[in-house]
Design a binder for this molecule. Structure first.
Ligand SMILES: Nc1ncnc2c1ncn2[C@@H]1O[C@H](COP(=O)(O)OP(=O)(O)O)[C@@H](O)[C@H]1O
Ligand SMILES: [Mg+2]
Length: 244
């Protein structure tokens, strides 16, 4: 039982943002958390990352309390947050360099460059990369650490619609290869259902788990599945919660 969120509440002063949230996130599953803006999604992810503590309840990874950030839980944010003075290759290697400057696994870095479709851009700086490429660098920079869990906070939220679709397809293909544990946050219903093995829908503030469902779609996933009756049925349930 890798990740357990057990009756977690979070208050900011008098404001209750998350109320009695309990979740189990199994190994090698892609869990999407869907909720409207302000329902506490980022707060929940930041707690999983160990960036902020819960006000009540607890979060555990393999039975140990999550109390601080660690290389086993890497976050990809909406903004890629690359270092503009570093090349693409050095951006991806950044975390490895922090761990040990002398023993960077460059073969791993170059493998990820290949997997991410970034070959030929190794020496490019951030300003020379498109938004989609920057997010792929951010994902590579996270995966290079071989994290137990990849935490993604609306990673495609700042991209235009077309690039977003491309990146969703890309992430689906990538996940088929790596089968990592992913917690993916979004306010986009189609994205949440298309990507996830399991869908968690949160209610508006205070955020609570309003719906939890296994996504009844086979893998590999394709965009045309957004028209399947199973997809639309789940979408209707999710919409009812988001509109409430
Ligand atoms: N550090 C903080 N201090 C005070 N209020 C915060 C803080 N972080 C988030 N909030 C509030 O908590 C609520 C949920 O925020 P957030 O988790 O960012 O929502 P989401 O990611 O779902 O849009 C918002 O009302 C936000 O203003
Ligand atoms: Mg957020």
């Amino acid at each position: 039982m890798p990740i357990l969120v057990d009756r977690v509440c979070k208050d900011f002063g008098p404001l209750r943002v998350l109320d009695d949230v309990s979740l189990t996130i199994e190994d090698a599953t892609f869990v999407t958390i869907l909720g409207s803006s302000g329902c506490g999604k980022s707060t929940l992810l930041n707690m999983l990352a160990g960036l902020t503590p819960p006000s009540a309840g607890r979060l555990t990874l393999d039975g140990s309390n999550v109390t601080r950030p660690g290389p086993d839980r890497v976050v990809v944010f909406q903004q890629a947050g690359l270092y503009p003075w570093l090349s693409l290759r050095d951006n991806i290697a950044f975390g490895l360099r922090m761990k040990s400057a002398r023993s960077i696994d460059w073969a791993r870095v170059d493998e990820l460059i290949e997997v991410m479709g970034l070959k030929g851009f190794e020496n490019h700086r951030t300003y020379e990369l498109s938004g989609g490429m920057q997010q792929r660098v951010a994902i590579a920079r996270a995966l290079v650490m071989r994290p137990r869990v990849l935490l993604m906070d609306e990673p495609f939220g700042a991209l235009d619609a077309q690039t977003r679709h491309t990146m969703q397809q890309f992430l689906l293909g990538l996940w088929e290869r790596i089968r990592a544990t992913v917690v993916f946050i979004t306010h986009d219903i189609d994205e949440a259902i298309l990507l996830g093995d399991r869908l968690i829908v949160m209610s508006a503030r205070p955020g609570r788990v309003a719906l939890e469902r296994v996504v009844p779609l086979a893998r590999p996933r394709h965009w045309d599945m957004t028209l399947d009756p199973e997809f639309l049925d789940l979408k209707r349930q999710a919409m009812a919660i988001l509109a409430a």
